[in-house]
Write a protein that binds this ligand. Sequence first.
Ligand SMILES: Cc1cc2nc3c(=O)[nH]c(=O)nc-3n(C[C@H](O)[C@H](O)[C@H](O)COP(=O)(O)O)c2cc1C
Length: 280
Amino acid sequence: MNIEFSIADIVPRRTSVRNFSSQTIEPETIRSIESFVDTVDNPFGRTVRFYFLDAEELSDQPKLGTYGVIKGATRYIGASIDDAPFALEALGYEMETVILYLTSLGLGTCWLGGTFSRKAFARAMDVGDSQLFPAITPYGWSKKKKHAKEHLMRKMIRADQRKPWDVLFFQNDFDTPLTKKAAGELAFLLDMVRLGPSASNKQPWRVLLKDHTLHFFEAKQPGYSDAFAYDIQRIDMGIAAAHLDLAAREKGIRGEFDFSGEPALPLPDEWKYAFSWRAD
Ligand SMILES: Cc1cc2nc3c(=O)[nH]c(=O)nc-3n(C[C@H](O)[C@H](O)[C@H](O)COP(=O)(O)O)c2cc1C
């Protein structure tokens, strides 16, 4: 996949859009999106399937509900995957890459992992029963103003805020916060991780820098991460991996993901090791 937009520009610019205008998207733009989606890959070695839907083109007009969360959208992209290790991380990585591409075109998007009628969308998109179908995004031109429910949602989950560095990032052990100075050139990568979207803005990513390696952990929220048949917060971990990896490529910072196993470290309760990234 070839990323021709700037991660430093686009990551801060992306924000969830839930109110869409009726302005159509040019056919040429749709073709560019389809071509881009075809090229997207992930470091987790899983195959993610994408589905395009234009609800206006459906003959029987099924009720594609989003619990009143999304208004005015007719176009959606869905993603599914076989249930396997690292499947949800792979889906998070690829879908977020697509979302950043859509943002670079000026289009609005919103990750939907909960507030959509999964069955109706699965049927309309022809997603196989054996597939995990964890998320979709609407896409289109955003309306200038947010709708009332959107305002309320953003306020409740403090969607504009992110946890500070000293809550998210550590050095050598979990008692020592990682400073930007100590992170050096890796600071930009972690800044990009920190700005990522996450389910209900819970920001479960925790990162420990040790021996030139960034170890990623998921601060699981019991009762939230297990509310589905799978752990939705693993998608957030995949999003973090995408932001890290794409930022590293942009800056020419070399490194590799390491899935070889968990580092021997005493972990805070409810934290789960996810993956590592080793700087060369
Ligand atoms: C995996 C995932 C699932 C999400 N599911 C929903 C959802 O079901 N409904 C919704 O309105 N927003 C959903 N969101 C959007 C988040 O609420 C949003 O990203 C977060 O509040 C931060 O706001 P921002 O995207 O504007 O930066 C989801 C985000 C992620 C990453």
